[in-house]
Design a protein around this ligand. Structure first.
Ligand code: CP
Ligand code: NVA
Length: 302
């Protein structure tokens, strides 16, 4: 049987995604009450990180442990991948020794090539184009606090980056409206936008985007790999900060999220980051629970 992969949210059907979110909520409760089962003893995850990470590494590693398995951290600095061994060869070898593999890298096509040659499920743990694992945690967090996200309005502020593009896929799969407020020149991929024009719109005015929205989301203005543009981007994104002024335009029970790491005073105000009612820390913790549900789904499907 060929392996199921999770390279974008489109790899699972809307029904499978809804079930996965419910399973993540249940697994979180089981972990809290000490009733979690170590159902995956002896299973091994390979974790390839070509970019930095705090949440993704710890959530996958802790998650595998809690499931009874083990995770191996692989960085290009100390593997042959970093010395130019082809992705295809690495995929064949690593998948012959592990049960599931996650990759964080630059070009999305690297993950696609790896998955093509892997005999076990491959998870996209962030590429330049998508960060689908974060969306599982975000949707879980919304559902836990407000119920179904179907039919709601979500507003994105800032860069049309990997997170924004994952929100476009989420809008399709979880059936909500998405408004993207970004400066000219920082729109998400044009083809992706065109394919989802029935539910996704691009606006220039953040206040207009925030109006009556149920969920407001932002992310850093310079992603990993764009460090050189950081200074220039501070200027280019001025006015797109997620702050209490925008929250005041939103629906009265609106939530706001940030995948983290955050820059207080840049893409999000310190006030929102440090607000006692923020769900941002639940959102971060849910990476653990949502990915445990994902690992279970992929191992069962394999
Ligand atoms: N949100 C997220 O993926 O965080 P890390 O970069 O710390 O893994
Ligand atoms: N857009 C950010 C997300 C970090 C989790 C980046 O790619 O650096």
């Amino acid at each position: 049987m060929t392996a199921r992969h999770f390279l974008t949210l489109l790899d699972l059907s809307p029904t499978e995604l809804d079930a996965l979110i419910q399973r993540a909520i249940a697994m979180k409760a089981e972990q809290r009450t000490g009733n979690a089962e170590q159902a995956y003893q002896g299973k091994v995850m390979g974790m390839i990180f070509e970019k930095s990470s705090t949440r993704t590494r710890v959530s996958f590693e802790a998650g595998m442990s809690q499931l009874g398995g083990h995770a191996i951290f692989l960085s290009p600095r100390d593997t042959q991948l970093g010395r130019g061994e082809p992705v295809e060869d690495s995929a064949r070898v690593l998948s012959s020794m592990t049960d599931i593999i996650m990759i964080r890298t630059f070009g999305h096509e690297i993950i696609q090539r790896f998955a093509e040659f892997s005999s076990v499920p491959v998870i996209n743990a962030l590429s330049d184009s998508y960060h689908p694992c974060q969306l599982l945690a975000d949707i879980q967090t919304y559902v836990e606090h407000r119920g179904s996200i179907q039919g709601k309005t979500v507003s994105w502020f800032g860069d049309g980056n990997n997170m924004c593009q994952s929100y476009i896929n989420a809008a399709r799969q979880f059936d909500f409206e998405l408004r993207i407020a970004c400066p000219q020149g920082f729109e998400p991929d044009a083809q992706l936008l065109a394919a989802n024009s029935d539910r996704v719109s691009v606006l220039r005015n953040p206040k207009e985007a925030a109006k009556e929205a149920h969920l407001l989301v932002t992310d850093v203005w310079a992603s990993m790999g764009q460090e050189d543009e950081q200074e220039q981007r501070l200027e280019q994104f001025k006015g797109y900060q997620l702050n209490s002024e925008l929250m005041a335009m939103a629906a009265s029970d609106a939530l706001y999220m940030h995948c983290l790491p955050a820059h207080r005073g840049e893409e999000i105000s310190a006030e929102l980051m440090d607000h006692p009612d923020t769900v941002i820390w639940n959102e971060a913790e849910n990476r653990l629970h949502a990915q445990k549900a994902l690992i279970e789904f992929l191992l069962q499907a394999h």
